[in-house]
Design a protein around this ligand. Sequence first.
Ligand code: ADP
Ligand code: ASP
Ligand code: MG
Length: 403
Amino acid sequence: MKFGGTSVADTQTMKNAVSKISVEVKKDNRVIVVVSAMGSTTDNLVKKIKEVSTIYDAREYDAILSTGETISSCLMALLLQKEGINARSWQGWQIPINTTDNHSNARILSINTKKIEEKFADGMQVAIIAGFQGISNNNRITTLGRGGSDASAVAVAAAISAERCDIYTDVDGVYTTDPRITPNAKKLDKISYEEMLELASLGAKVLQTRSVELAMQHKVKVRVLNSFNEGSGTILCDEEDIMEKRVVSGITFSKNEAKLTILGVKDKPGVAGIVFDCLSKAHINVDMIIQNISDNNLADVTFSCPTDQVEMAKNSLENDKNKNILEYTKLDVDTEVSKISIVGIGMRSHSGIAQTMFKTLGDENINIKVISTSEIKISVLVERKYLELAVQALHEAFGLSKV
Ligand code: ADP
Ligand code: ASP
Ligand code: MG
């Protein structure tokens, strides 16, 4: 059972989680609980670090961020003990949850469940594990990327071959789009791992992308549930287990995107390699890419990345230009764009989806700046001020309010 930040916002709210856990304990289930930090604790810790410096030691950053989950896990243990439940907390390093040393975005390598299993055999009823944190082979504390407690929960469930992994959050399950933006959004009873992976990686923060990858890889039975309501939530499952294949299952968005166009690069073999080598050196997460060739042997290369990486991208491109590694005439930057994506496994077997998407946006007078597609998704970049309008119009156009 994983409880997210809003589900453990304060000690009063944590009692909700305690009652959900007690129900399972009463059924004689052995429960592993993974907790996030309380409310906006992690954001506040990030702010404090940035007060000290914008350039920081990533190992100290992780050690500081991990404290949020340290506190919530211990408080949860105390609250359960108060109910007469035999519970104890475990920090990432105590288990251990071994990770790579890619600080602030580490990946779980292995989880040793031996000690936990011994304690269960010894009478422990609930193990509470601090989410989001692990330990590298250098013996330093690591964190798993924002929202990473989801990955902790799924990875622990996989390691211990849990019957299921229930992710408790502040909405009833996975919806056709973010219910906080589109009130007509409908909860989905089931969603395939593939669709959830696309939705998560394209912006739906209800599950962290890595957690969905892990669930898919290890076939973990994940359910997304509301910690404040009863309900059946949403089940993540294989595509074959969904009888009625929807053409579009969900619409997702990433608000803070930027579009950069490098004008006047030479149209010859190897140039794209040089451009993207330059961006990769600066660790830019390049997303959509287009290239236009003009008559005079010159090309314009456009790409998108998160807005907070724009300065780094600009610096790296300008540096390489000054060093004559890369030639171009001008760099255009637009930081006022958002990415909207439609996702659905039914797209594999249906045509006309792109046409419906583009026509709907056109009818609303929304200009499309960049397009990219994969087998089960279509993404577009639009002006940020049209984000909500576009999501709502697409939600209607694909009949998602009636799911
Ligand atoms: P937690 O703290 O429990 O991990 P998050 O804030 O990370 O919770 O994720 C839950 C939030 O995800 C919801 O409050 C909702 O606004 C947002 N969200 C975005 N897209 C979706 C979606 N398709 N379905 C459900 N929730 C979504
Ligand atoms: N507390 C961490 C975060 O805010 C991890 C999590 O909540 O899943 O990103
Ligand atoms: Mg989350």
